[in-house]
Design a protein around this ligand. Sequence first.
Ligand code: HEM
Length: 512
Amino acid sequence: MFPAVVIIVACCTTVILFLYKYTTYTYKYWKSKSVTFATPVPLFGNIKDHVTLKMTQGECLKNIYNDFPREKFVGMYQLQTPTLLLRDPETIRLFLVKSFAHFTDRGFSYDGHREPLTKHLVNLEGDTWKILRQKLTPTFSSGKIKSMLGLLQGCGVQLIEYMDATIESGKTEFEIRDLTAKFTTDVIGTCAFGLECNSLKDSQSEFRRMGCAVLNSSASLALAKMVRVFFPKLFKALKLRTFPAEVQQFFMGIVKQTIDFRNTNRVRRNDFIQLLLEIKNQNHNQENAIKSIELTEELIAAQVFVFFLAGFETSSTTLSFCLHEMAVNQDIQNRVYDEINETANMYGLPFSYEAISSMNYLEQCLKETMRKYPPVQALARVCTKQFRVPGTDLDLDVGTAVLIPVYAIHHDPQYYPEPDTFNPDRFAKDGDGGGGDNGRPSGVFLPFGDGPRICIGMRFAMLEMKLALAQFLHRYLVTLSDKSCTRIEFEPASFLSCPKGGIWLNVNKRKA
Ligand code: HEM
């Protein structure tokens, strides 16, 4: 008979060996493909610092990116998942644009039966995505976006009324991110859902509360999201949810009520829900409609929901980072103000579409903000059709994950000298006829992604943000407050770039 201690040691060793084997069984993948790779650590692969919430995904990928300056791409592991990290601009364009047919999906898993709101453009794959994207693209044409200008201006006016009243009451220090989040909640509320939320006035706004529930960056939700990404089967087996059930009920309910109300009362409004209803009715009437997908109420709800999900925090976080930089760089703020003032004198108020389009320096500031603080720090693709990487003998298998480290590229001094400096002149109109701004190659400025899956709301977002900044900076001067931090740190648990501790600034009315 073996003594008990020997049995315990043997059992423990077996368990440890089993765990080690289980957590490292894929780690020979890149070696077997003769691809240079970052050395993984058991269980975590190469994303330990992100999984343990020490840094954001973008910051973690930046470290790997910087470790391999000579490579066009590098193998890495997200936990056990072999992933190809792209480094060089030409390769990035190849994957996102020229060879898109091989990388049509993001590989985000979702359970459309249990959570119908997740059947949206960001998650959908293959032909279903393609047909829906085709259907939705006209919704974002410049004509359609122009027709929403009035709604956007209205939200801007509410912001100004709120600011004026608050400043008059003696308060001048604001947590700017909360302010911009309320503003963009109202924008998406009115432009996507047809609702007048006024979450600036009504701090208990249900819509705002649901927004917080969706984008809550608590550690437990971050963990659930990681399980969804890396262990989709476990996510389904445990019946975990992408967001709380009440969120699902709330958004489905709003869309259903709005559709019923508009159909019964024959009400029309220039917003996204109206445009989607029109597409639905057109498809009903046309025999030769873009086939295969019926735009059901459920599918419409999922799309307006994603406009909210993808559109509200990306824009609000960009606005708040931009105002932070204005406060840090008073000379830049003065230049922006001069441009806004001249435009107001030339075109009159409120700012028209043409007036907004003419403000080039303001646009440069927004671009530089998204360069320095890209809201989406990495782009994801998955190989959907076997692919031989040109000039190599690497065959990528179907299902291989691909990441584009946007944050790292935006901070690479070879494309952006002194990357920590906020310098909008990097985006001054290209004088030398180079492939991108100021001779930079294409593929190194990716705040909205690229290729057929580029952000569908890009033009809408630029208009919304430019108008908001023009209205705001025309009336107010932003400066650093006692609570401001001059160097922003990101919240590691947040999927989108989010400033730790918020952004505190003083806001004062400019003298007339
Ligand atoms: C500053 C604002 C915004 C930023 C930085 C941003 C960024 C992005 C990025 C990086 C992607 C992924 C692109 C890729 O994989 O190549 C994306 C996709 C998407 N965005 Fe945006 N976005 C913004 C605003 C908006 C707005 C306002 C809307 C809608 C009203 C929107 C709707 C979407 C949708 C539906 C997708 C998925 C597109 C597809 O897969 O076909 N975004 N966005």
